[in-house]
Design a protein around this ligand. Structure first.
Ligand code: SAM
Ligand code: SF4
Length: 335
């Protein structure tokens, strides 16, 4: 029997096929660019249950969502996360399932994560200096994260390393990160620092624009641009490193918008759908899921309608000059 798959299309010719779901707003780190040291967290009963997330994933596949990224906060701090991953994979064997993590809790769980059908892990690592890692994140866990990256590779997982590029903070490590990528089959991707809501560390001079990163990287290695047609790149611009195993890339949400080809939707940890990182417009899915007289079909209709109005984020950003990208923490939305 062929399944009737509807499609989430908007007025700008885009089709959403990728959903990022934040499974928790909690985290064991306090990255200075992401969370205040005295962060306040959402009470547990306001967070989507695993069962609700599983329902959302199942109904999204009827809407043409083929790729799901689970993120947070830190997904591995939520109890039962690896069992949840196994269930999601078991119920949706064809789904491209990915996780974004800070990597601090990952190493002992790698057997389970690999068995749970996760195909790609994005692991965040903003510095290769252990002392600087502790100063940036509040935890002495640098070795754990590097161990998790190497362990994930040894388990045959694809690994992307996310580095938030911070002028005056880690811009002196570009050469070291290029060496790191040369020695391992990983993509090291530099993400421009975004002024998110509640972001304590933002100042415009900390922005390290992607164009500068590419130019400066050219002083450390011969770069060969990877054609966009060579597979699933998303918003990243990738470069091979001459003689190296891995690649480097830049993601430029601030200086060079990729809104025209954006295929993402986000679901916050409280079950609100956001169609654009730059827009504060949210659609509350949880009350519909929980409502005794409303059906899964009603949730689908809200997602389809919301998707139709997915905006071009750079228009919003341009009207907010000097302001935050949006008014919510990255950890609550799911980066
Ligand atoms: N805790 C996990 C982690 O750190 O990978 C997943 C959640 S985190 C919010 C997802 C990604 O967002 C991370 O790569 C993080 O570095 C990035 N991020 C957080 N705040 C950011 C900001 N203000 N600008 C750019 N990237 C940011
Ligand atoms: Fe936690 Fe990730 Fe935010 Fe760092 S970036 S505080 S690891 S959620």
């Amino acid at each position: 029997m062929t399944r009737n798959v509807l499609q989430i299309r908007d007025g700008h010719g885009r089709r959403a096929s990728y959903m990022r779901i934040s499974v928790t707003d909690r985290c064991n780190l306090r990255c200075r660019y992401c969370m205040p040291r005295e962060a306040e967290f959402i009470p547990h009963d306001k967070i989507l249950s695993y069962e609700e997330i599983e329902q959302l994933i199942a109904l999204s596949s009827d809407l043409g969502i083929t790729k799901v990224r689970l993120t947070g906060g830190e997904p591995f701090v939520r109890r039962g996360f690896t069992d949840f991953l196994k269930r999601v994979h078991g119920n949706n064997p064809g789904l491209d399932l990915r996780v974004t993590t800070n990597g601090t809790l990952l190493r002992p769980l790698l057997d389970e994560v690999a068995a749970a059908g996760v195909q790609v892990l994005n692991i965040s690592l903003d510095t290769l200096y252990p002392g600087r890692f502790q100063a940036l994140t509040g935890l002495d866990a640098h070795a754990e994260v590097v161990g998790a990256i190497d362990g994930a590779l040894a388990h045959g997982l694809r690994v992307k390393v996310n580095v938030v590029g911070l002028r005056g903070v880690n811009d002196d490590e570009l050469g070291s990160f290029i060496r790191f990528a040369s020695e391992r089959p990983v993509d090291v991707r530099f993400i421009e620092f975004m002024p998110m809501g509640g972001c304590v560390a933002w100042s415009p001079e900390k922005l390290w624009p992607a164009e500068d990163i590419i130019e400066e990287a050219g002083h450390h290695a011969d770069l060969e641009a990877v054609a966009r047609s060579e597979g699933d790149q998303g918003p990243v611009r990738l470069f091979r490193l001459a003689g190296g195993l891995g690649r480097i890339g830049v993601i430029s949400p601030m200086s060079n918008h990729f809104c025209g080809s954006c295929n993402r939707l986000r679901i916050t940890s409280t079950g609100k759908l956001r169609t654009c990182l730059y827009s504060d417009r949210e659609y509350r899915l949880r009350p519909i899921l929980a409502h005794p007289r409303l059906s899964i079909e009603a949730v689908k209709q809200v997602i389809l309608r919301a998707g139709r109005h997915k905006p071009l984020g750079y228009d919003i950003l341009n009207h907010r000059l000097g302001g935050a990208v949006c008014s919510t923490h990255m950890s609550a939305i799911g980066g």
